[in-house]
Design a protein around this ligand. Sequence first.
Ligand SMILES: NC(=O)c1ccc[n+]([C@@H]2O[C@H](COP(=O)([O-])OP(=O)(O)OC[C@H]3O[C@@H](n4cnc5c(N)ncnc54)[C@H](OP(=O)(O)O)[C@@H]3O)[C@@H](O)[C@H]2O)c1
Length: 265
Amino acid sequence: MADLEGSGTGALPTYPDLAGKVAVVTGSSRGIGAATCRLLAANGVRVVVNGRDAAAVDTAVERIRGAGGEALGVVGDATNGAVLAALRRRTEDTFGPVDVLGAFVGGGGQPSPITEVTEAEWRATIDSNLTATFLAIQCFLPGMLERRRGVIITMASTAGRLPGGAAVAYAAAKAGVVMLTRHVAREVGPQGVRLNCIAPSAIVTEEHPLRRASEEQRQRVAAGFPLGRLGLPDDIALAALFLASDSSSWITGVTLDVAGGRVSL
Ligand SMILES: NC(=O)c1ccc[n+]([C@@H]2O[C@H](COP(=O)([O-])OP(=O)(O)OC[C@H]3O[C@@H](n4cnc5c(N)ncnc54)[C@H](OP(=O)(O)O)[C@@H]3O)[C@@H](O)[C@H]2O)c1
């Protein structure tokens, strides 16, 4: 059984309806995606771990299996539609149809004035965040519509909710993910598929710059959050568990700000 890694609740919540379901999370060999796969697997979900680095995928899969969970690793670039189609086929061949999609792949660059952003940087960021989310939804939604059930969780960011502090293309892409989620949620709700979005802030993953910051710097950033601490991958994974489960069965089209209270009203 997986343990929570310091997210504040102490105990791992269980959602019995999740047991036996199949979940794919794009971008999940490390960070938020890996934590989400770990907590889903601890709830009896058969999870597909994805990333471009085979060694990282293997490590994440072995960790889940070592804790008694079921996991399949699929290496590949989840911003590419053909790779996503192959990922879906591998999943269906191994575990069966997909009940839960976490379209998590994405990431941002360094902020700079808009006049200095090149067309190539802009297009690359929109592509790897907004277009990648569109492609993942388009790949997995038809099977869900056919079965008239399914859950999709997308990944925005505080950057897409509040201006300032992030690269402009990343902010625009993540705001786009919010509206993409709302739009599709409205379209497919009558057919039994729910889509919701998570907007995290300052989640200290293995790769996050704050991981290498001094304790003093981390405390300074943490003090800017009403809840007085930085986020951890399990904070997002816990929200994803709830949104994946039937406990959120009357919630669709929302964006959940998992941001320590730093939200706009
Ligand atoms: N951490 C935060 O503070 C924060 C805040 C707001 C939003 N978010 C969002 O949350 C999501 C996850 O972020 P994270 O911080 O957990 O990132 P992370 O720690 O860097 O992990 C990213 C994961 O995605 C994989 N990945 C990256 N590009 C990929 C691609 N093209 N195809 C397949 N896999 C890919 C990485 O493995 P490989 O590199 O080996 O492929 C890794 O497993 C992103 O959408 C990010 O924008 C994060």
